[in-house]
Design a protein around this ligand. Structure first.
Ligand code: EPZ
Length: 446
């Protein structure tokens, strides 16, 4: 077990280059299963989830070499159609191999996917869509695997009852080699989906976004190899923007894409956070005076991303007044709140009045956990102090690392493997900007 020991408070000043988007890189690796030809993906972040996905691909007959930020994927041996439990169950995106395996081999056995513990995160919307395309899929609780098979995967017209980011991508990956046309209604619009579509097009896929939240796929017989550079990670950029302003510092971000952060930048401007575009690739984020409390409601693209709500909560602990965060995508995404309260943050849970929660919330209402809340009220500003904190999920982990950096005193962070899942060399990059972070092996408090 590793931990971070962090000394604060620190003002973060300097430069950072945003790494490739985790939530594109993982799907680009899945897309390589659609061809036996060589696929080269550039700008891939050095993060744990990518290494886990490489393990999945190697179990399925691929050979991957990962050097600097480039992954080269080749056919290694005859394919298999089973993802082992010990790998697949630790990675949300492992279930996405259903699409390519069913379309190419008519069979797939995958474990119930894992990923961040921020809710039930079922894949019912993925499975409904694949069944509409002719697949039969059953879940054997005895062995914890989904067993899927199909004789002839065919196109279908599918309407998602609610937004699903990886559900949309799974069905795209299935439809590309299926027979006939697939039309997806109420399809996800997150920009990471568009980057995956661009990659698939370079492999020969026939995919078009025809109308708002609609995608049409014409099945083709084979796909060829490609070389593709994925987009920078929006969630990383928001994390470093908050780092700059919450620490009263000044960080210049390279590989910046402000055009994908509109909802965040609008809230940041209202809160009095400083930011300016230096050029098309570079944005400077800086503290320019007292922050004001600003309410946010998370939502699907182009709304305020759910992945930004934890860093935003930290920023609001430094803002004057009362702010509300209403989380509408996941039903259990406030695990970091108790940890921030240990550091002195003033945060209370509550449930906003919602006329029809089943319709309003993106998660399935029957996954709602009695006693869990969908909103928090933050009163600021508060001077955070040190604590021993434990990390529950990826974005919460980055938030708590920032909180202990701006808090006064020596803090200990446990569960840091969660942060390594999605942030490349995070402590090195923060240390170059002045943070005092030590990664320590072993459990003893020292
Ligand atoms: C993707 O998760 C991202 N992960 C998440 O990022 C991101 O927060 C989320 O999309 C929203 O944009 C990856 O791309 C690997 P959903 P995903 O399917 O696809 C429920 C991060 O920090 N749902 O849009 O799992 C689901 O439980 C991660 O990088 C069903 O009930 O999100 C959730 O409450 C966290 N049944 C809501 O819908 C389904 O079949 C949205 O899920 C599918 C989803």
């Amino acid at each position: 077990m590793e931990k971070f020991i962090v000394d604060g408070p620190t003002k973060l000043v300097g430069n950072v280059t945003i790494a490739g988007a985790k939530n594109v890189a993982l799907k680009a690796l899945v897309a390589s299963l659609l061809t036996d030809e060589e696929v080269i993906i550039d700008n891939v972040p050095q993060i744990r989830d990518v290494h886990l996905m490489i393990e999945v691909l190697e179990h399925l007959g691929k050979h991957c070499t990962f050097k600097n930020s480039t992954i080269t994927i080749k056919k290694n041996s005859s394919h298999t159609c089973t993802v082992p439990l010990e790998v697949g169950a630790r990675l949300r995106t492992s279930s996405m191999v259903l699409g390519p395996l069913l379309s190419r081999y008519g069979k797939a056995i995958i474990p119930n996917p894992g990923g961040c513990r921020i809710g039930a995160r079922p894949i019912d919307r993925h499975i409904e869509g694949l069944k509409a395309m002719g697949a039969s899929i059953s879940y054997a609780s005895a062995d914890g695997y989904f067993h899927a098979k199909v004789s002839d995967l065919h196109g279908a017209e599918i309407t998602f009852e609610k937004n699903t980011h990886t559900g949309t991508e799974t069905l795209l990956l299935a439809a590309i080699l299926a027979k006939g046309t697939t039309i997806l209604h109420n399809a996800a619009q997150e920009v990471e989906v568009d980057d995956l579509i661009e990659l698939l097009r370079t492999m020969g896929a026939a995919i078009t976004r025809t109308a708002n939240r609609e995608i049409i796929v014409e099945g083709v017989s084979t796909l060829h190899g490609t070389t593709y550079t994925i987009m920078p990670d929006r969630n990383e950029e928001v994390t470093f923007a908050v780092a700059a302003i919450a620490s009263t510092g000044d960080i210049t971000v390279h590989n910046s894409r402000p055009q994908y952060l509109a909802a965040f930048l609008k809230a940041l401007s209202r809160a009095g956070g400083g930011w300016e575009e230096i050029d098309t690739d570079t944005t400077r984020y800086f503290y320019k005076g007292e922050l004001q409390a600003v309410d946010v409601v998370t939502g699907v693209y182009p709304g305020f991303m759910t992945d930004w709500q934890a860093p935003w909560a930290l920023l609001m602990t430094q803002a004057k007044g009362e702010s509300v965060i209403h989380e509408t995508v996941f039903e259990n995404r406030f695990a970091y709140v108790e940890e921030l309260k240990k550091m002195g943050a003033k945060i209370a849970y509550f449930d906003p009045k919602v006329k029809n929660p089943e319709e309003f919330y993106n998660f399935n209402w029957n996954d709602h956990i009695r006693g869990m809340h969908q909103a928090i009220r933050i009163t600021g500003p508060t001077n955070l102090h040190n604590a021993i904190v434990s990390i529950n999920d990826l974005r919460a982990g980055a938030t708590l690392l920032l909180a202990t950096t701006i808090g006064s005193g020596k803090s200990y962070l446990y569960g840091i493997e969660q942060v390594d899942r999605g942030y490349e060399h995070i402590e090195n990059r923060l240390t170059t900007m002045g943070a005092h972070i030590e990664r320590v092996r072993g459990d003893a408090l020292s």
